[in-house]
Ligand binder design. Structure first.
Ligand code: UDP
Length: 328
């Protein structure tokens, strides 16, 4: 059985859907603070609670034969982390500590971890490789790096093997259009762009047009959430073969600027999308593009979605299907 912490969230729920499709038995732990009841797969066993609650976690581990854990349960907003860093240390770092204590206590030796490109900070090379310098420029990235370090020492001391997956920009929705991205407040580029053709906002703001990039706007590496979900399953399989602990970048290796994303969304939706120039957002590096060669070679990870318009189309179908997200 696989325990998915944060399995009612955006990436967690897509991973649960893929796991169940592949015949795995899944247990979800989620406190529904940012996750949604509507995103929980009907075939998963659901426990509502907080990973910081030792008694609760103990019960989950006692009641189930857990073989591996996939850990998504964390806060992930850069801006919020700069205003309230201690919330991030508490939920992300302390939450992970309690979770690792439970793994240790119940002799579970495999964990796949949801990490981020924000661990690198301002990149020294493009594309970014796993051994490049990690100097986060925001508190969110710093807590994720602290969590990675905690895994390293928990492996050293207790033999808990981990695979840390450093995501770049995640986008799109499940092929059924029944689950997808639903953050409140929404801060991510693609759902915000799509709110314009949905009639929910007048325009999209472009945060900075004077970056050192080909059109002055930030360049990011977008991957489809289902491709990302599949990487977690490959990582669990790798740990099951007795692999050592590893860190992998998950991206496409190709960058798109904010302006290119807006243009692609115009094509996909067949709708004019008004833009407004805005100030730079604090903590945004100009370009973040991954080298995912290591994941391709070692996990045999291959993308199903390589076209940015297909990724945006899958998000567009979800938002059209559920304009108000999981809230009916
Ligand atoms: N962005 C933007 N306008 C928005 C939201 C985002 O110009 O309304 C930019 C943002 O500055 C960044 C890129 O779009 O350069 C992707 O932002 P997002 O928040 O989706 O992901 P992040 O790169 O922060 O993980």
């Amino acid at each position: 059985m696989i325990l998915v912490c944060g399995g009612a969230g955006y990436i967690g729920s897509h991973t649960v859907f893929e796991l169940i499709d592949q015949g795995e038995e899944v247990i979800i732990v989620d406190n529904l603070q940012t996750g949604h009841k509507g995103a929980i797969h009907k075939k998963a066993k659901f426990y509502e609670g907080n990973i910081k609650d030792r008694t609760f976690l103990d019960r989950v581990f006692r009641e189930n034969e857990i073989d591996a854990v996939i850990h998504f349960a964390a806060n992930s907003l850069v801006g919020e982390s700069m205003e309230n860093p201690l919330k991030y240390y508490d939920n992300n770092v302390y939450g992970t500590q309690v979770l690792l204590e439970a793994l240790h206590k119940h002799h579970v030796k495999k964990i796949v971890f949801s990490s981020t490109a924000a661990t690198y900070g301002e990149p020294e090379n493009i594309p970014i490789r796993e051994n490049d310098r990690t100097e986060p420029t925001n508190a969110y990235g710093e807590t994720k790096l602290a969590m990675e370090k905690m895994f390293k020492w928990a492996d050293f001391a207790y033999g808990i093997k981990y695979i840390s997956l450093r995501y770049f920009n995640v986008a799109g929705a499940h092929v059924s259009a029944q689950i997808g991205e639903d953050h409140n407040p929404e801060t991510h580029l693609i759902p915000l762009i799509l709110q314009v053709p949905l009639g929910k906002r007048e325009h999209i703001s472009i945060f900075g047009e004077d970056y050192d990039t080909y059109d002055g706007t930030c360049v990011r590496d977008y991957i489809h959430v289902t491709d990302l979900a599949n990487a977690h399953i490959l990582a669990v399989e790798k740990l099951r073969t007795g692999s050592n602990s590893k860190i992998y970048n998950l991206g496409n290796g190709e960058g798109f600027s904010v302006k290119e994303m807006i243009e692609a969304a115009r094509k996909v939706t067949n709708h004019p999308i008004k833009t407004v120039s805005a100030d730079r957002r604090a903590g945004d590096p100009a370009t973040l593009v991954a080298s995912a060669k290591k994941a391709t070679n070692e996990l045999k990870w291959h993308l199903k979605y390589t076209n940015i318009e297909d990724i945006i189309l899958s998000a567009w179908k979800w938002h059209q299907n559920k304009p108000n997200g999981f809230e009916e």
